[in-house]
Design a protein around this ligand. Sequence first.
Ligand code: FER
Length: 255
Amino acid sequence: MYIMDDGIRLYAALELPEACAPRLPLVIVLHGFTGHMDEPHLVALSETIRGLGCATLRVELYGHGRSGGSFREHTIYKWVNNALRVIDYARSLDFVEGLYLCGHSQGGLTAMLAAGMKADALDGLILLSPATMIPDLARAGADLAGSSFDPRHVPERLSTWEGLTLDGNYARVAQTVRVEPAIDAYDGPVLLIQGTADETVPRACAERAAGRYRNCELVWLPEDDHCYNFQLPLAQKALGDWLGRQLAASGRPRC
Ligand code: FER
């Protein structure tokens, strides 16, 4: 299925749990930079979520997966707009009672920014190795997706480590992104999961974000990487435990 955002088709998979109450919480799941909805860790964590009686809505964002827009033209603002639109779509579904937003890496950064704008629409935020260093790399012009440049004279095109090309506007947008105000604007419950051996997102980023949120639980996955290739069952357990506690505390009906 597709969710339309200002003429752009966002490819999405809405999946219900096996045993289903008439009204259910829903968790929106966002992938990262160059990612898509069928990455194994996103599929597995979505299964864990459905095992708790929640629906999942995995979405592919602008320029990624089967969605519209080109990779080259994507920016964090476009992703944030997509996320706001997807939150509105989820809220419009009759069966939804309770809404959580989950994002991995650049999708985690996007989730943080969207949650700061729509805190009242969300019951919780699940951050999987959120890439909060992207704005700092863009401001420094240092190794942004493998590309270094003068941050005051951003080139028209950036060549990334994946052999893909990004428009310079990706960097210009990222330079303006501030995570702290977004964190301060969201006072709901947050779960942050990160591998201790993540080579993409520095540990200090997870510590800073988790320490700044008013209500955040930080779970370290020992020796795990950016996509949980080594400790996926532990990531599933951390998410299952946290979400189970949130659902119990919400007092909402579920399976
Ligand atoms: C970067 C490091 C990480 C970057 C993007 C990411 C655009 C995002 C990773 C992900 O979403 O998995 O330098 O530059």
